[in-house]
Write a protein that binds this ligand. Sequence first.
Ligand code: SF4
Length: 276
Amino acid sequence: MYAVDHNLASLEEERDLLDEYEAGELAVQLDSEEPQEVIRWSLERFGSRVAVCTSFQIDGMAILDMAWRIDPSVRVFAVDTGRMHPETYALIEKVREHYQLDIEIYYPDGTELSQFVTQFGVNAFYRSVPLRLRCCEIRKVRPLLRVLNTLDAWVTGLRRDQWASRSNIRKVEIDHDHGGILKVNPLADWTEEEVWDYIRKHAVPYNTLYDQGYTSIGCTPCTRPTITGEDKRAGRWWWEHNAPKECGMHCPLETGGFEHEAESILGRHGEQHDGH
Ligand code: SF4
């Protein structure tokens, strides 16, 4: 049974981590299953040691809805970067009411954020790719790490067709970047159209920014609507060139399929790169 006051040692003892063999077998077994069956399996296997991660985009809303229909007390968590759209905050409130769920919200460390903003300013992300990645690391990646340290598995809304770095994801896979817990991607083989069909069919609340031309939604200063013909993620960090459309939450920047840019990206947190 999960208890928030357990010390690290006891958490380690209680962890239910799959090995590569078992995860590989399950990946094959679950690959042809519907998302709901993948979620059902994860909830039965891990109980309160698994949680649904959502950023309140349509994919995250679809898995939240599916999981809630299976278990109305499912754990759902999100990271609040502090720079999200008013429409996203409005949706969070709507979701809490609609599903009667206490959504767990995780925040950046105040001291880290204060030091970063003091040194580089509130809009440092426009000045260089390294500063943007540093902001994402402080506001998104580290809060995520803190919650994942308490889990044995997490459920995400990732799809293979979202971006090149996601094209090889499996429905279940060991998350080597987060302590070897299981990463469950029930929508891996779904298209965006299938997700929208689900949202409409089940009247799932969604972010009204989609009605304003947004096709991928992150923080306010780093997201713009896209136009016809643009990639769905083209509105994320649109001022950057030759940089990953990733923040590091799902794709380690060192190995995320853009090695050719890694040196420039990870050349550390200076300001010499292709800033705005
Ligand atoms: S998306 Fe922009 S504001 Fe949000 S964490 Fe990343 S750089 Fe910072």
